[in-house]
Design a protein around this ligand. Structure first.
Ligand code: FRU
Length: 482
């Protein structure tokens, strides 16, 4: 107990020390979850219980680099206003001393159970991995129970990120793994009491179920039912870029399939990328009392450019995406911003039946935090081009949708592009240094960080088309972290 409070005190001091720096940072976001100091990555342990949404997250409070992760913890009654709680898990036990890595939360017998991966490295930098349990009566203070599942034969120590749920009268856990042949897999374990876990085996993976070679490791799996299909989200590492596909260092995507919980088998279709932007990884989902399936992702990526982000000067890096509801539409997983976000809408500018001709530019001012809704009166068949804050360009032409941004060093630009049959609407969430673009009601999404100059607030639209446009200034949400 003493050790834990000393660690928490150290975090509190670090956070307080950083307060002035982050409060003056123009890239600080208005309504996204960020760390008060240090590095944030994956959302963890997403759960709704007794009127409270819990969002835990991978957190290195002391540096803007990956390292020994703790679990940070935000709570909210409405998905809009958030309060930072004490760190829920800190890397202080022999089985997690180099990081309390990603995992999930379930309620059982009135207590919150967190499952996570204890990451351990020895002097020779050799890795061991333990799947661990921690339990809480009040959802704030967690008592570690230690490892509950050891590494099974046939796997390397790249074995992590337990996601637990109840299936009939047993508990199932899905994990990301690398087998001895260096292939990524999603594997299952089961338990009757959440304490004794039995390893079952892989249900999907590189080279399985008709998949070709598909990465050397799969991270952060999540398996759930949506509209009578079983969706498996995974984050494969090691896919080569192929045409427009897999342009980022690591990918986050899903399979649509059928999971048979008697034979523990999963038949599935092709892998589909969840997001077409630059910064989206390690998403996790959960359900709330309204039966909504809500997804939150990490709005970041562990790549070379990560360390060029300007916020590093102010000792913080990365954020989570806005919460998004999931539904199936014509076999496709559709993401939409949760309805609660409408509460952020402030001053609105609205134009109906705008008609643009070739070479005419429509110009407006968009506050650094804005929601922009464009509804095309008929699908765009020429060129559509939108420039935001002199940094981002979104365009659609000849059946291709493209997002372009300046590189973080400002020296050049880079783009992500993909095929899209028609463009009927765009809903864009701008925050001071992030953009989330929901295309055609969420059929495709592109999420990216970008770092515009402070005084650039212009939005320009060019093309040949008819559309309705609404632009809302978004109020910041209250995120109490100090
Ligand atoms: C994904 C990931 C997880 C791991 C965590 C460590 O971004 O690599 O597999 O548990 O981050 O922070």
């Amino acid at each position: 107990m003493f050790q834990k409070s000393a660690f928490q005190k150290h975090i509190d001091e670090k956070v307080e020390d950083n307060r002035r720096l982050v409060e003056a940072d123009p890239h600080r976001l208005d309504y996204h979850l960020m760390p008060p100091a240090g590095l944030l990555n994956d959302p963890n342990g997403l759960i709704y219980h007794q009127g409270v949404y819990h969002v835990f997250f991978q957190w290195n409070p002391f540096e803007t680099a990956h390292g020994k992760k703790a679990w940070g913890h935000y709570v909210s009654a409405d998905l809009i206003n958030w309060t930072l709680e004490p760190a829920a898990l800190i890397p202080d036990a022999w089985y997690d001393k180099n990081g309390c890595y990603s995992g999930s939360a379930v309620m059982h017998d009135g207590r919150m159970h967190l499952f996570y991966t204890g990451n351990v490295k020895d002097e020779g930098d050799r890795r061991s991995t333990y799947q661990c349990l921690a339990v809480s009566e009040d959802g704030v203070d967690f008592e570690k129970k230690g490892p509950v599942l050891h590494l099974p034969d046939g796997y390397t120590p790249h074995f992590r990120d337990p996601k637990v749920w109840k299936e009939g009268d047993r508990w199932l856990m899905i994990l990301g793994a690398q087998n001895m042949h260096g292939k990524g897999e999603a594997v299952l374990a089961s338990s009757n009491d959440l304490t004794d876990w039995e390893f079952i085996g892989p249900i999907a993976g590189s080279g399985m179920n008709g998949l070709p070679d598909f990465g050397y490791m799969w991270e952060c799996p999540d398996l759930f039912t949506l509209d009578s299909k079983d969706i498996l989200i995974v984050c494969p590492q090691g896919l080569e870029a192929e045409g427009d596909d897999y342009p980022n260092l690591f990918q986050a995507g899903y399979f649509v399939g059928d999971f048979d919980s008697v034979t523990n088998t999963y038949m599935h279709g092709d892998f589909v990328e969840l997001d077409r932007g630059f910064d989206f990884y390690a998403p996790q989902t959960f359900t709330d009392d309204d039966g909504r399936r809500i997804l939150i992702g990490w709005m970041g990526m562990t790549d070379d450019q990560e360390q060029d982000q300007p916020t590093i000067r102010n000792n913080w890096i990365h954020a989570l995406t806005i919460p998004r509801t999931l539904e199936m539409r014509d076999g496709v997983l559709v993401q939409q911003p949760v309805a609660e976000l409408r509460q952020l809408r402030g001053k609105r500018k609205h134009y109906s039946q705008l008609a643009l001709e070739k070479d005419v530019v429509f110009r407006e001012v968009a506050a650094p935090s804005s929601e922009i809704l464009l509804e095309f009166n008929r699908p765009v068949d020429g060129r559509f081009e939108m420039e935001i804050r002199n940094d981002l360009k979104i365009s659609y032409m000849d059946g291709r949708f493209t997002v372009q941004r300046k590189t973080f060093d400002g020296a050049s630009s880079e783009q992500r592009t993909f095929a899209l049959d028609t463009l009927s609407g765009l809903q864009i969430f701008l925050d001071r240094s992030s953009v989330e673009i929901f295309i055609n009601g969420g059929e495709a999404v592109a999420t990216s960080r970008y770092f515009p100059a402070e005084n650039d607030d212009a939005v320009e639209i060019r093309g040949h088309m008819h559309f309705d446009l609404s632009l809302w200034e978004l109020e910041g949400s209250a995120i109490d972290m100090f």
